[in-house]
Design a protein around this ligand. Structure first.
Ligand code: GAP
Length: 499
């Protein structure tokens, strides 16, 4: 993981946010290569989930929605995580994500979590976990923490309102004071959405009335979501601001289990088709005790990330959840809004509230999985006969940030001009390319390997006589000679051919 983190910064995939100010916890920026990678993942999702199908349409909703949306969805009352403080190193973490340990077992840890700190030992309590940072079992009780980011809408300053009510508040006991404060803040409170899904539910009628769709059909959205996460670690795996790719598939009750099985398989297949190793992916069905209150069934697509924690290296992490949300959301929004959210089937003269199957993926988590999965190192022999480590990102060409690099073999004899002309044509054809003329060609290949560029095109002296160029394949390192005029078609076929 350390090597991946360092490559991300060095090559411009991911930077810490506001780095020159010391950074902000769990906030990241995507650099020139990272933004292309994430965009390609989102485009591939949109292409496969929306443009490639007749039964799914897209939507782009506001991040700030009416606060009643979150009352109806249950997020205001129940979107919380169990929070625990480590009394040894002071880390604050999520109980349900802490590394498991046998209740009653004796564990050792360093005082204050400092390397070289005095060795202490303690007994794991019946909760069966230890601190994820220092491994201590000396932990506070769990308390619930709501993950929604609250802000206020309009020209109201809740701080001023609280200051104005200071006298009234001082006279109240602590429980009544909290209730009064919640009332004051609540007058202008709005929330950053913690999921994109609710936008699809509240627009169900709008989409139904404005399109000619009838169940089964889906509404898809890609956009930012926000959660005030307690435990954030492992680069972009769990952050407070992230992008989701969610689709709500509305179907007739009774057909939901069939659709659930379909989407479960289809979504797993999607990651495999985009090049993720099959043996690093799994589908995990939720235990009944794990299911969200609205879900009849849920399966996660998980990836084996190379994360390290106090109990070892390598960890299965969720990339996407596929849930059978039943008719819960439409019924709740109908109840809270007073609007009818049923479907009337003119063929059978039936009214029903559709069931919803939801494949909910994260673009940032997918990007991290694609990066981890693509990372490879191999030993190669240089032309001078020396051993060298080649670092290569083996991205599927469809998601690779740069599709092709174009090099003039030398910086003279008209080769740079020819290479520039080729790049101009390829860019016009929608192929993201990169021009590089500095250093030995072998070095240029290595730089492109590290960026995950699948094809390198070299203009050499033969190009100037017969208008052919070489294409070098990133994975096999094999070179072939092709006519320069046919490059666009050849590359398009290799990048997007098996859409
Ligand atoms: N509408 C259902 C829903 O939001 P979720 O499992 O909470 O379900 C779906 O989120 C996906 O969004 C996750 O599988 C993950 O890929 C991504 N995701 C959720 N929280 C995240 C976070 N804090 N940081 C990065 N990605 C996150």
């Amino acid at each position: 993981m350390e090597k991946i983190v360092s490559l991300c910064k060095r090559r411009g995939f991911i930077f810490q946010s506001s780095e020159i100010y010391g950074g902000l916890k769990a906030s990241y920026d995507y650099g020139p290569l990272g933004v292309e990678l994430k965009r390609n993942i989102k485009d591939a999702w949109w292409r496969d989930m929306v443009h490639g199908r007749e039964d799914i349409v897209g939507l782009d909703c506001s991040i700030i929605m009416h606060p009643d949306v979150w009352k109806a969805s249950g997020h205001l009352a129940g979107f919380s995580d169990p929070l625990v403080d480590c009394r040894n190193c002071k880390e604050r973490f999520r109980a349900d994500k802490a590394p498991g340990a046998e209740p009653g077992a004796t564990v050792t840890y360093a005082e204050g979590g400092k390397s070289g700190g005095k060795k202490l030992s303690g007994t794991v309590d019946p909760r069966g976990y230890v601190c994820p940072v220092c491994g201590s079992p000396d932990l506070s009780p769990e308390r619930q923490f709501n993950l929604m980011f609250r802000t206020s809408l309009g020209p109201v300053d809740p701080l001023q309102q609280i200051a104005d009510a200071a006298g009234e508040l001082a006279a109240l006991d602590s429980k009544s004071r909290m209730a009064r404060l919640a009332e004051i803040v609540g007058q202008s409170a709005v929330y950053l959405r913690p999921e994109t899904a609710q936008g699809m539910f509240v627009n169900f009628r709008n989409v139904l009335d404005s399109s000619r769709l009838k169940p089964p059909f889906g509404i898809a959205q890609v956009g930012k979501s926000y959660r005030n996460e307690i435990t954030t670690s492992n680069l972009t795996f769990r952050t407070c601001e992230f992008e989701q790719m969610e689709m709500e598939f509305f179907c007739k009750p009774g057909t939901d289990e069939e659709w659930f099985a379909y989407w479960r398989d289809t979504r797993l297949e999607w990651y495999i088709r985009l090049g993720i190793h099959r043996d690093r992916l799994r589908l995990r069905d939720h235990e009944p005790s794990e299911l969200a209150h609205y879900a009849k069934a849920c399966s996660d697509v998980e990836y084996f990330f190379p994360f390290e924690n106090v109990v070892g290296t390598g960890e299965w992490g969720e990339l996407e959840g596929i849930a059978n949300r039943t008719d819960y959301d439409l019924k709740k929004h109908s109840e809270y809004s007073g609007k009818e959210l049923e479907y009337f089937d003119p063929d059978t003269q039936e009214h029903y509230t559709p069931y919803v199957i939801e494949p909910a993926a994260g673009a940032d988590r997918a990007a991290l999985a694609f990066l981890c999965d693509a990372y490879d190192e191999e030993t190669v022999i240089t032309p001078k006969g020396q051993e060298e480590t080649r670092t290569v990102l083996r991205f599927h060409p469809r998601i690779a940030p740069i599709k092709a690099a174009v090099f003039p073999l030398v910086k003279r004899d008209g080769m740079p001009e020819k290479a520039r002309a080729i790049i101009g044509t390829l860019l016009k054809e929608g192929i993201n390319c990169f021009y590089d003329q500095s250093g030995a060609v072998g070095r240029r290949y290595r730089r492109m390997d590290e960026a995950g560029t699948p094809f390198c095109i070299t203009v050499d002296s033969q190009t100037l006589t017969d208008d052919t160029v070489t294409i070098r394949d990133r994975d096999t390192m094999a070179q072939e000679r092709v006519p320069a005029g046919g490059l666009g078609e050849i590359l398009k076929q290799r990048i997007w051919g098996e859409k």
